[in-house]
Write a protein that binds this ligand. Structure first.
Ligand SMILES: Cc1cc2nc3c(=O)[nH]c(=O)nc-3n(C[C@H](O)[C@H](O)[C@H](O)COP(=O)(O)OP(=O)(O)OC[C@H]3O[C@@H](n4cnc5c(N)ncnc54)[C@H](O)[C@@H]3O)c2cc1C
Length: 266
């Protein structure tokens, strides 16, 4: 193992959309900061952010029923839906900024409009969807949302789902035309291409096996070359753990959790 400590300002662990986004934001806000990325696979965006591994919905609570819970009194709590939608507006603004500044090209390669629909069955769920619609559609963020439990209208909206369905089925749907489909894999690759042009040092096939706090408050990382097995130590003022599911292993490290100096657990 090399004991040479390589110093940098920021280390991003993982090459998914989270590290890609934070790295791009940092390069706009503090372009002089030195950033390194360690990704254990051979390319960026190969795990959850890959287009084959997620549904590509631009989550803005237009169709996700879990963001609107029913309270004990039967009313619908839309506070989470509003928060998620507002966060998605910020993502849209950031992507627009990157495109307008020509930091990334061809937005149609990663984002496109797509109607978002929610469909439910059964009297209880239909009643819930109607109340959800009534609560959301009063808010400007959800303007244009339509609700229907009319089989003829639903046939127009979702013919394949409605065909051959018994006419006495209790079924309803909401539809909003300005939903978004996001290719997070393409976006991740675009952002990493951009980061390369900003002198971000991106090391593929490098796994971060341990993170601990140094006595000066900085972070010390044990980084392993996946091909050769050789290990280096890197030190950074700030570390972002964007390792998706792989983050758990690092976050469970007691030395990291305490954020304190402990004996070398390696
Ligand atoms: C089935 C499914 C459907 C989804 N649908 C949607 C959706 O419709 N809309 C939506 O917004 N979100 C959706 N998501 C969630 C979304 O895909 C994730 O939130 C997002 O991709 C996470 O990005 P990330 O960068 O945190 O993780 P990842 O893209 O998983 O990136 C983490 C990277 O870290 C690397 N790594 C891990 N550990 C280490 C380590 N120790 N050292 C170095 N590298 C490491 C991994 O190899 C990986 O490349 C879905 C997820 C799944 C699983």
């Amino acid at each position: 193992m090399s004991n040479i400590q390589k110093q940098t300002d920021v280390i991003l662990i993982g090459g998914g959309v989270m590290s890609a986004t934070l790295g791009s934001l940092l390069k706009e806000l503090a372009p002089e900061w030195e950033i390194k990325v360690f990704e254990k696979l051979a390319n960026a965006g190969e795990e959850s952010s890959n287009e084959w591994n997620n549904a590509g919905t631009g989550h803005s609570a237009l169709c996700e029923l879990n963001y609107t819970s029913e309270k004990a009194d039967g009313s619908i709590d839309i506070s989470k839906a509003i928060k998620i939608n507002e966060q998605f507006q910020v993502s849209l603004q950031f992507w627009s900024y990157l495109v307008n500044c020509k930091l990334i090209d061809n937005p149609q390669d990663f984002i496109m409009p797509l109607p978002h629909m929610s469909m439910v069955q059964g009297d209880k769920n239909v009643a819930f969807l109607k109340k959800r619609f009534e609560a959301l559609s009063k808010n400007p963020l959800f303007q244009g949302m339509e609700y229907s439990d009319d089989p003829a209208k639903l046939m127009e909206w979702i013919p394949l789902i409605m065909q051959d369905r018994p006419s006495n089925d209790s079924i309803a749907a909401t539809k909003i035309d300005y939903g978004t489909d996001v290719n997070f894999g393409a976006l991740t690759r675009m952002l990493f291409d951009h980061l390369k042009t900003q002198n971000v040092d991106i090391k593929y096939k490098h796994s971060v096996d341990n993170v601990k706090r140094a006595s000066d408050g900085s972070w010390e990382l044990k980084v392993r070359n996946v091909d050769t097995g050789s290990v280096e130590r890197h030190n950074a003022k700030f570390v972002f753990i964007g390792g998706g599911g792989g983050s758990l292993h690092l976050l469970q490290n007691p030395a990291f959790l305490k954020g304190s100096i402990s004996e070398d657990s390696r």
